[in-house]
Design a protein around this ligand. Sequence first.
Ligand SMILES: Cc1cc2nc3c(=O)[nH]c(=O)nc-3n(C[C@H](O)[C@H](O)[C@H](O)COP(=O)(O)OP(=O)(O)OC[C@H]3O[C@@H](n4cnc5c(N)ncnc54)[C@H](O)[C@@H]3O)c2cc1C
Length: 407
Amino acid sequence: MSEKQVAVIGAGASGLVAAIECARNGAETTLYEAGHRLGTKILKTGNGRCNLSNSAIEPGWDFKGYNNPEFVQGALGELYCAAIRRFFESIGLLTFEDSEGRIYPVTNSAASVVEALAWECRRLRVYIKTDCKVHGVRAANDDDRERLGAQGDWVVTVDDGSEAIFDKVIVATGNSFKVPSRLGLPIDSKSFVLGPLATSGNATEAMDGVRIRARVTLRSGGEVAFSDTGEVLFRKYGVSGIVIFDCSRYANYGDEISLDLVPFLSEEELATDLEARNERYRMLRQTSKALLAALSGLIHGQAIPSILDYCGVDVDDPPKELPVDDLAFALKNFELTIADLPGADNAQVTRGGVSTEAVDGKTLESLGRLGIYVCGETLDIDGACGGFNLHWAWASGLIAARAACSS
Ligand SMILES: Cc1cc2nc3c(=O)[nH]c(=O)nc-3n(C[C@H](O)[C@H](O)[C@H](O)COP(=O)(O)OP(=O)(O)OC[C@H]3O[C@@H](n4cnc5c(N)ncnc54)[C@H](O)[C@@H]3O)c2cc1C
């Protein structure tokens, strides 16, 4: 058992787990948190339910749900979904898997996840310092050791000017990169992912609030960069929903998103369906109402005017025939151009942070600053929706803590 003095900076998902694991390994652990409460961001996750892992993370999985699959696979080792569920069980929090492999607490409450983590920290006598923003960490010298009356290699300085000395420091500051940057760790540039996409023009304006299960294909530089089927939520400004959040991880300004709004029909089936609708439309005397009625039952009513507009059809001046070919094309290839990417205010995850090349791939220890470990979102790792980001946060907290206490 180690008797090290360890500082964990940041009491979010990765920092709370790291603090627990350090204390379990016998370290005297101090947990610094800038905010007033522990685990504030965890409370917002999974719409307040906390989707904390995903059963896809098991032996044999390809880790392609992450931006840097090889690094994540190498670092996680055996820390698959089952291991994270066992960790939570060990702190009294039971979990369940939904039909899509997402793991939630049985309470369906993110607050109970924070409670369980916080109580375990208290039970293990982790020294918790809230409202305590760390300004920086620097190498200790003999003067520091004498002045602070302790051995150790790293001095943690808090914004109020107070200082303390530690053997090891775990940086778990989420998407705030000031502490690692002041330590001189290389930082990959910051961008925001897992958020809605604004699109140019007003093609989605009248569809605000409509949800359609669609196949989403993103083209970037002429190549298909992303393709998946899921519920698209149309907004005045563009598109949202889980499949769009996942798409945002690959999107650039000006890229085209193509939506297949009827993925349940093949092109032939759609052509047959539209011919039958055209027959009914002819019998309904080609009025504006008939035009809208002809397509209802195939696509959400609020979306029909936008789709007709996309085909160049004026609802107030209905044509004699349904433009079957144009409609078939529009329904299978409703194209939107990305005008804006997610930002700090509406993205779930920050890409960028400490470069994975600057840390040991097994221990997450900084290669240039021995004794400093980096975990969670502070490292340049991001994953898809579905519990992959929190899985990385908990698991990397465990990895950093185990390494900090064993070396
Ligand atoms: C709305 C929303 C929903 C989400 N839902 C999910 C989901 O369901 N499933 C999923 O897998 N992921 C989800 N995520 C992503 C997930 O929340 C993050 O990946 C995860 O919280 C990252 O954990 P972390 O410990 O790295 O950072 P954080 O949880 O952000 O914790 C960092 C902590 O460090 C503190 N801190 C920062 N700087 C300092 C400093 N200088 N001194 C002291 N303390 C400091 C911060 O106050 C913060 O408490 C969601 C994110 C959002 C925003």
